[in-house]
Design a protein around this ligand. Structure first.
Ligand code: NOJ
Length: 553
């Protein structure tokens, strides 16, 4: 089932760009505020492009930047062909794309096909036109069950809490697998299919290099509308290995993927990456010839700080990808999960959502978390495939777990009836300067408050310090090009249960001490230490530290 070589290689003979890229995720609302209104924007991003170029990344992925009431951070889109007024204009987007290209980086955007905002003109038309109208056919409206149709059509649950169905004034119910403000589109409708082909073309014609496809395992629903098995009501699509869930990961959606891929293949060198939260055995289906170029691999988001966990995820992911001629992707953090510098400072096995809400917060060892986060990125940057970095990872930002509940904006906070605090703590605006009302994020306060520690973690505070996390990232990304991207070979090494170690095709090795006792230097593989995640104690590799060793010439 290997993909044809031509689909994976560039003319130069090196692997296609998306197989070996460092992709930097920009959560636009929190990256940099150019106009002083407290919200990040395109002007802010344009002004900071040199930071990204100096970091050495290959591509930027920008989270949704479309007009939106921001009920779900912009994943509730009103117009797929425009830019949110708070973020800027289409002309600024054009300039941003070309300025990114001038600096040798690619540009990816988010596309959100599973649902729109309730404020999308199509949904407004559906509400106005009423039951049975063609306008309603673009979404999923149904009569309710029980006397008077008062019960939702199925037992399906919304990801952010509560029923996945909401009733409108005339008595019908509409489906929203996420928030009440995000009605699901009906992908059986030809207009919906055509519309998204046209949206993809609109942006590729504006020269974006590809798309991150939101909820890539959603879209298709079982049109007989059965109840979901009760034990799968809180499933987000990961538990079933056979495509039998009524609304996640259904086989029919692969036709849609093929259709989008055909659109991208009309152009050169464009790519699409799937956010498909599916059972590991199902993920390869999304990467078949004619489908996605790559898919996020979220397994490391669930890993404990344990050599065993990391090893089995790396080996499993690499093998599954290789079996279909693809490469894996590596993700430590994103805008949907507690930042890894905090996750790795918490006791193993802790439930992050509960911890955010109830603590106990004194179990957090922030220093261990920071050390481990530095070591972890030396793993992901050294593996074959693409590595995704979430903005602020390069500064070692922790989760802001103590945001006051009054400032929370994640819909999950209200929908869960204040039992899940949500994702705002990983979306706090980036500190650029040591001082100032928003640490250089903008001229005034930022839309979410930043903690005082952000000054010392700012770009300004770190850029001149050779031992900073920022400079570790810069060095690692530069060295990665020399040591790790020419081929996709990977051999795991056995240096003991608590030591994660592997060798790449160049002969370079990576060793991470995930245990609690130092590793004697004599136990390291041969080679010259070219990068270290922290100071080495004498000749030993301390716990929570990683090194890269280049082959001796
Ligand atoms: C996945 C996105 O990453 C998340 O932020 C969003 O809430 C959901 N999809 C719904 O669009």
């Amino acid at each position: 089932m290997n993909q044809p070589e031509s689909m994976q290689m560039e003319q130069s003979g090196s692997p296609a760009w998306w197989r070996r890229s460092v992709v930097y995720q920009v959560y636009i609302r929190s990256f940099a505020d150019g106009n002083g209104d407290g919200t990040g924007d395109l002007a802010g991003l344009r002004a900071r492009l040199d930071h990204l170029a100096e970091l050495g990344i290959d591509a930027i992925w920008v989270n949704p930047w479309y007009p939106s009431p921001m009920a779900d951070g912009g994943y509730d889109v009103v117009d797929h062909r425009a830019i949110h007024l708070d973020f800027g204009t289409l002309a600024e987007a054009d300039a941003l794309i070309s300025e990114t290209h001038e600096r040798g980086m690619r540009f990816l955007i988010d596309v959100v096909p599973n649902h729109t905002s309730v404020e999308h003109p199509w949904f407004q038309a559906a509400l106005a036109a009423g039951s049975g109208s063609p306008e309603r056919q673009r979404y999923i409206f149904r009569a309710g069950r029980g006397p008077g149709g008062d019960e939702p059509p199925t037992n399906w649950q919304a990801v952010f809490g509560g029923s996945a169905w909401t009733r409108v004034d005339d008595g019908e119910w509409y489906l929203h697998i996420f928030d009440i403000s995000q009605p699901d589109l009906n992908w059986q409708h030809p207009e919906v299919r055509d519309e998204f082909d046209s949206i993809l073309r609109f942006w590729v014609d504006r020269d974006v290099d590809g798309f991150r496809v939101d909820v890539a395992h959603g879209m298709v629903k079982d049109r007989s509308f059965p109840d979901a098995p009760v034990d799968l009501l809180d499933d987000r699509g990961q538990r079933l290995p056979d495509g039998s869930h009524p609304h996640w990961d259904r086989d029919e959606l692969h036709q849609l993927i093929r259709r989008w891929r055909a659109v991208l293949d009309e152009y050169d060198n464009r790519m699409m990456v799937a956010e498909a939260n599916v059972h590991p055995d199902r993920l390869p289906l999304y990467l078949r010839p004619g489908e996605y170029h790559q898919s996020f691999n979220f397994d490391l988001l669930k890993a404990k700080w344990s050599a065993d966990d990391f090893r089995s995820i790396i080996v499993g992911s690499a093998a599954r990808a290789a079996a279909i001629g693809a490469v894996s992707t590596w993700v430590l953090s994103n805008h949907d999960i507690v930042r890894h510098a905090t996750r790795y400072g918490l006791p193993p096995g802790i439930d992050y959502e509960r911890w955010l809400l109830d603590g106990p917060h004194d179990v957090l060892d922030a220093e261990a978390g920071a050390r481990r986060a530095r070591a972890a990125v030396m793993v992901t940057l050294a593996l074959p495939g693409s590595t995704y970095i979430y903005q602020g990872d390069e500064l070692g930002l922790p989760e802001v777990w103590d945001l006051p509940v009054e400032v929370l904006e994640d819909p999950t906070w209200e929908r869960s009836k204040h039992t899940v605090k949500g994702r705002d703590g990983c979306r706090v605006p980036i500190p650029w300067a040591k001082h100032g009302s928003s640490f250089g994020f903008g001229e005034g306060p930022s839309w979410l408050p930043q903690p005082p520690i952000f000054g010392d973690l700012s770009v300004e505070a770190q850029k001149g310090d050779p031992a900073s996390t920022l400079n570790l990232y810069r060095s690692a990304i530069r060295l990665r090009g020399d040591l790790f991207v020419a081929d996709e070979e990977l051999d795991m090494l056995d240096l003991g249960v608590d030591i994660l170690a592997f060798r790449r095709g160049s002969g370079a090795t990576v060793v991470v001490n995930m245990g609690s006792t130092p590793l004697p230097a004599d136990d390291l593989p041969p080679g010259e230490i070219v990068l270290s995640s922290g100071p080495t104690i004498g000749t030993k590799l301390p716990p929570d530290a990683a090194v890269w060793l280049a082959p001796e010439s």
